[in-house]
Design a protein around this ligand. Structure first.
Ligand code: NDP
Length: 332
């Protein structure tokens, strides 16, 4: 069976050299553990952080050990409440076979949604969008909402949710003309721009001359400074991620206009989705309903084969995905 290991820690942008593809025996699950054959896995921006050494909200990946991350698989050897043939979502991707603690597995119902959705719109990225917009940014009816990384897994749901929850206007930024078209023509954004076309500050001012009330930040850097500049009084920023900085080797200077937090009475709050598990049922009920009604749409960019997972991950950092980036590992 194949697994993908961390071969070395990247300095700056990761490369294929940082990964090792290894052939191992199919593991024995042992007492009380599931043996799961993985079918599909997620690659996420946060994995870049875990390739570095040092303390963060999750421990770093270990050198020489398989990487990990969200995956959906089929139970081969049951344990706890799970029988062979059941489908589960768990945290041990990057390998064909995983030994999983049943307490760390959640049942997946392919009748409710395609299994990939449990890694995208109904999974961790969807939940991140929901919690960030509803609980952290406290979006209200009539708000003008701006989201960066808007064509990605989290951002594409943020924009659609904001509209459904009564935003006066939703603006998105993304890194290609195709993505910008996708936002306005397929996802119902009121306005969108390509941040590579010119200064974010100018493009945002043109899209929202009335100012913005909520900024959902996936990107950091120039986007954050521009958003603070465009904020109306009592605006709120949900700090979800800062992907423009994940491959930096030196800390970057912060926004130069932080004093506006004071003068405009802004709130800016970071969050990590794993702290908000109590919101899961509410999230699945609301978003699941909107998906069934066809009021939320979602895309995936799917790369075939575990061997291509490093390339999928590198492609994610370069912006090659629209919607969620996934890797198929096996057939059902
Ligand atoms: P995406 O599907 O959005 O994929 C990443 C995207 O980032 C790329 O497609 C690319 O799109 C964009 N990007 C890459 N480099 C840059 C750059 N320099 N400037 C602007 N955009 C860039 O990933 P996710 O939806 O999974 O994650 C989005 C954000 O949410 C990330 O910051 C991630 O770390 C964060 N996150 C936070 C969580 C939390 O609990 N706080 C949980 C999950 C995700 P483009 O072509 O537009 O550049």
């Amino acid at each position: 069976a194949l697994e993908i290991r961390l071969a070395s820690r990247p300095e700056g942008w990761p490369t294929h050299e940082n990964f090792e593809i290894a052939e191992v025996e199919v593991p024995e699950p042992g007492e009380g553990r599931l043996l799961v054959r993985n079918l599909v896995m997620s690659v996420d921006p946060a994995m870049r952080g875990r390739m570095n050494e040092g303390k963060s909200y999750v421990p770093p990946f270990e050198l020489g050990a398989p990487l990990s991350g969200g995956a959906v698989g089929e139970v081969v050897t049951g344990a706890g409440d799970f029988q062979p043939g059941d489908l589960v979502v768990h945290h041990l991707g990057w390998r064909e076979y995983a030994v999983v603690d049943p307490a760390q597995a959640l049942r997946v119902d392919p009748e409710v949604a395609p299994i990939n959705a449990y890694l995208s719109v109904l999974g961790m990225p969807g939940m991140t969008a929901y919690v960030g917009l509803v609980d952290i940014a406290e979006q209200r009816e009539g708000d003008v909402v701006f989201v960066s990384g808007a064509a990605g897994a989290v951002g594409s749901l943020v924009g659609q949710l904001a509209k459904l929850r009564g935003a006066a206007k939703v603006i998105g930024s993304a890194g290609s003309p195709e993505k910008v078209r996708h936002l306005t023509e397929e996802l119902g954004f009121d306005a969108a721009f390509n941040y590579k076309d010119g200064p974010v500050r100018e493009q945002l001012a043109a899209a929202a001359p009335e100012g913005i009330d909520v900024y959902f930040d996936n990107v950091g850097g120039e986007h954050l400074e521009a958003a603070i500049g465009a904020m109306n009084d009592f605006g709120r920023v949900a700090e979800c991620g800062m992907i423009s900085q994940y491959n930096n080797t030196e800390p970057t200077p912060g926004p130069r206009n932080m004093f506006m937090l004071v003068t405009k009475r802004l709130k800016l709050q970071g969050f990590i989705v794993i702290d908000h598990a109590h919101r899961r049922d509410r999230f699945v009920a609301e978003v699941g309903q909107w998906i069934r009604e066809g009021r939320i749409s979602y895309r995936e960019t799917v790369v075939e084969g575990l061997r291509n997972a490093p390339e999928a991950f590198l492609g994610l950092l370069r912006g090659e995905n629209t919607g969620k980036m996934l890797v198929t590992i096996g057939e059902r």
